[in-house]
Unconditional design. Structure first.
Length: 273
C-alpha cells in the first residue's frame, strides 16, 4: 500500500520589480555612496592640508594689506604741534598715497598720479634734512612762485595771502636763524654778500621756488620747523595727502588707559583741509 504523500504549499512568487523602481533604487544607491565618500574625504583631511589652506588664506590677506599700504593708503601719526589749529598731537591720519603717484618700492619710479600737488594741500613727505622721517605740512608755494614773508604775512607773487588756517602764538619775538641762510641762493635780488642777508622767522625773501620743488609751512607758524629753515620739498619726496582723522587721543601719563579715556571722539572722521 502506497504511503500517503504530504502536500507542499506553493512558494510565493517574487514581487515584480518594474524598470522605473529599479532605476530609482540605483540612483539612490549611487547618491548614498557619493555622500559617504565625500564625508570620508573631509574626515580624513590631514592636519598638514588644513594648515596649508589656512596659510594660503593668511598669506593672501597679508599680501593685499601690503599692496594697499604701499600703493594706496597708509596711516600716520602726528607727533608734534607744528600743524596745531588743523591737526593735533595724537591725531592718526589716513593718507592717500595714490593721488600723487605712489613710489614703487626699491626703485625711483612712481605710478601714474591723479593730481599734482597744489597750493593749500596738506602733504606727508620726507624733508631734505631728515629723509627717513615723515613730516606733515601745508604747501604754500609751487614751482615758479615768488614767496616772501613780512611781519608774519605771507606774500605770493607780490600779493598778501589770506590764510585762515595759519596760527600765530608768539607775537613778541622774531628770532633769526643761521639755518635760513640757504635762501640766499634763491633770492630775487640778492645782496652783494650772503652775510648781508638777515632773514628771520617772520620776515624773509623774496625767493623763487625752482622747478620740481615745493615750499611748505606748518599752520602753527611760530612753532614749526619747515621750509623756512631747511629748504624746499622735492617733488619725489612727497608721499601723499591726508584724507581724514581716523583716531585721536590726548596722551596723559596721570591717567590709566589714556589711549581709551583720552580719546577725542569729536575728531574721529574729521576731514583734513
Amino acid at each position: 500500500m502506497d504511503d500517503p504523500q504530504t502536500a507542499t504549499p506553493d512558494a510565493p512568487a517574487p514581487a515584480p520589480v518594474y524598470p522605473e523602481r529599479r532605476l530609482r533604487l540605483s540612483a539612490e544607491r549611487v547618491d548614498s555612496e557619493r555622500r559617504k565618500t565625500a564625508d570620508e574625504s573631509r574626515g580624513s583631511m590631514s592636519t598638514g592640508r588644513w594648515m596649508w589652506e589656512w596659510t594660503k588664506a593668511i598669506s593672501t590677506a597679508i599680501l593685499l594689506f601690503l599692496v594697499i599700504r604701499t600703493f594706496a593708503f597708509e596711516a600716520f601719526k602726528i607727533p608734534t604741534g607744528s600743524m596745531e589749529g588743523t591737526l593735533l598731537v595724537g591725531d592718526f591720519l589716513l593718507v592717500n598715497k595714490a593721488v600723487y603717484g605712489a613710489e614703487i618700492p626699491y626703485t625711483h619710479a612712481h605710478l601714474p598720479k591723479f593730481s599734482e600737488p597744489r597750493r593749500g594741500d596738506v602733504i606727508v613727505f620726507l624733508p631734505p634734512h631728515d629723509p627717513h622721517k615723515n613730516y606733515v605740512k601745508r604747501i604754500v608755494g609751487v614751482p615758479g612762485d615768488t614767496l616772501e614773508m613780512r611781519d608774519k604775512v605771507l606774500l605770493r607773487n607780490g600779493r598778501a595771502q589770506s590764510e585762515p588756517f595759519a596760527r600765530h602764538t608768539d607775537p613778541l619775538t622774531d628770532p633769526q636763524s643761521e639755518e635760513m641762510l640757504w635762501q640766499y641762493r634763491y633770492l630775487v635780488n640778492p645782496p652783494a654778500h650772503w652775510s648781508d642777508y638777515h632773514p628771520t622767522r617772520d620776515t624773509w625773501g623774496p625767493i623763487v621756488v625752482p622747478a620740481g620743488k615745493y615750499f611748505a609751512l606748518g599752520d602753527n607758524r611760530d612753532n614749526s620747523e619747515d621750509s623756512r629753515f631747511w629748504g624746499f620739498v622735492d617733488a619725489e619726496a612727497i608721499k601723499g595727502r591726508p584724507m581724514f582723522v581716523y583716531y585721536s587721543f590726548q596722551h596723559d601719563i596721570t591717567r590709566n588707559f589714556d589711549w581709551l579715556t583720552g580719546v577725542r571722539w569729536g575728531r574721529i572722521g574729521e576731514l583734513v583741509h
